[in-house]
Design a protein around this ligand. Structure first.
Ligand SMILES: *[C@@H]1O[C@H](CO)[C@@H](O)[C@H](O)[C@H]1NC(C)=O
Ligand SMILES: *[C@@H]1O[C@H](CO)[C@@H](O)[C@H](O)[C@H]1NC(C)=O
Ligand SMILES: *[C@@H]1O[C@H](CO)[C@@H](O)[C@H](O)[C@H]1NC(C)=O
Length: 414
């Protein structure tokens, strides 16, 4: 996107250099035409994205939360969900109640809660503003991840010489791939990493995947928190979800978008979450559980104590059956060339440990008997361990856990 803008600028400059003033003026007019076209495309997209609300809540952080009737949500714009009957609750919950007493079951706190709540039979949706869409590289790509924005498990910490094939994307993750999985549960430490450049982002998340890049049929279900000024217009940590069924090509999108069916009227996906952890101070986290309902096969999402909704089985291919790889960790993306000092997690390396490094703990998978259990070992992957790194551990309180993150650019990086 930056590349395309740069190309246009370069063309513009070349046009001015090679031709006369009149031709330069024509080029300028084309650019003005382009920006008018972009605005028109943006407004068309907004008309599709933003559904007519029954009530709206102005959040102190500048967000507007629209309370939209549950049957009018964007999920049903998905071509496969035209006749979908909403499932209001899952038929099954792994382990009955949550097995681990350390997992916080209180609902997560969102900034907009200070100014109201959504009525029954509606769901809270973060309103997309025109400026949000115009910040994207192209209106078409708004709210979509780039292809290849997933850790390449081939380049691992065991083999740091492996070239970084994901230019711009850096990960520090743990993963497991020794079976067929039906979900995962984990507790993710909450931070607000600083971004060096306005188009950078930083996140912590889990990935539930099936299929492969090679086949262009990678299916993913993703959830976590992210800081992305280009997407949200601020530097707050926000709850996000994502899915794709074709390796991020034509399908997939962030948050409430065609696909994910929300059933909960309290949590706005894409909304800010607070409080966040402080270095050497108090630590905050969110628990996330995703599991496949044995009846009907939908993938349910629970954050804190709240069941938020589900990804219908019918939007997937591989994940209509089961997942083959699950990953947990952090990612930093910087579209510009060169190493960025955008932080991952707390911005500190795993060695610093609790209160300083960021953690993901109580990592569990849902096995083929629909039970939660620790994964049989995890693999670790990072492209440049001197920039961002990851370490694993196990103990009785935290089960399987990782510390991950780093400062990015520093004397040893790159
Ligand atoms: C929805 O229902 C109509 C009428 O029964 C049917 O023709 C159509 O194929 C269905 N669409 C989907 C996506 O199931
Ligand atoms: C798991 O999913 C794969 C890919 O869709 C499928 O081939 C396999 O039969 C599934 N296994 C079970 C036990 O459903
Ligand atoms: C980290 O994971 C590896 C591979 O699963 C395992 O052998 C090792 O024991 C783990 N380390 C700790 C401290 O749990």
């Amino acid at each position: 996107m930056a590349a395309r803008a740069f190309c246009l600028m370069a063309l513009f400059v070349v046009a001015l250099g090679f031709h006369h003033f009149m031709e330069g003026a024509v080029a300028a007019e084309n650019m003005a035409g382009r920006s008018t076209r972009r605005r028109r495309q943006a407004r068309n997209l907004l008309r599709r994205l933003n559904k007519a609300p029954l009530a709206s809540i102005q959040s102190p952080d500048g967000d507007i939360i629209d309370c939209v009737h549950i049957s009018k949500q964007p999920a049903f714009d998905h071509p496969f969900l035209k006749n979908h009957t909403i499932q209001m609750r899952p038929s099954y919950h792994p382990g009955g109640l949550d097995l681990n007493p350390n997992i916080a079951l209180h609902p997560i706190a969102q900034t907009w809660h200070q100014n109201g709540q959504c009525p029954e039979n509606t769901i809270p949706i973060l309103r997309t503003k025109e400026e949000d869409v115009l910040r994207a590289s192209s209106v078409r790509r708004y709210g979509k991840k780039r292809p290849r924005s997933i850790p390449n498990l081939v380049s691992s910490v065991d083999d740091p010489a492996t070239p970084n094939v994901l230019i711009g994307h850096q990960h520090a993750v743990a993963s497991t791939w020794q079976g067929q999985y039906y979900g995962t549960s984990t507790v993710i430490n909450l931070w607000e990493p600083t971004l060096e450049r306005p188009n950078d982002f930083s996140l912590a998340q889990l990935w539930i995947t099936g299929g492969s890049y090679a086949g262009n049929d990678l299916n993913t279900i993703e959830a976590g928190w992210q800081v992305s000024q280009s997407m949200y217009g601020d530097k707050n940590a926000r709850l996000f979800i994502y899915w794709t069924s074709d390796a991020y090509q034509k399908t997939g999108c962030y948050n409430l978008c065609p696909g994910f069916v929300q059933t909960n009227n309290q949590i706005a996906i894409g909304g800010s979450i607070s409080p966040v952890s402080t270095y050497g101070g108090s630590q905050h986290d969110i628990s996330i559980l995703i599991w496949k309902d044995p009846q009907g096969g939908n993938w349910w999402l629970k954050v804190g104590g709240s069941i938020l909704g589900y990804w219908p089985s019918s939007i997937f291919s591989y994940l209509a059956d089961n997942a083959s790889v699950i990953m947990w960790g952090g990612e930093v993306y910087s579209p510009d060339a060169g190493q960025t000092s955008t932080q991952m997690g707390s911005g500190h390396f795993p060695e610093e440990g609790f209160g300083k490094a960021s953690y993901i703990k109580n990592i569990q998978v849902v096995d083929s008997s629909n039970n939660l259990k620790s994964p049989n070992g995890v693999g670790l992957t990072t492209e440049q361990p001197n920039c961002y790194n990851v370490q694993n551990g196990t103990n009785s309180d935290w089960g399987t856990y990782i510390y991950y993150g780093g400062p990015g650019k520093n004397p040893n990086c790159p």
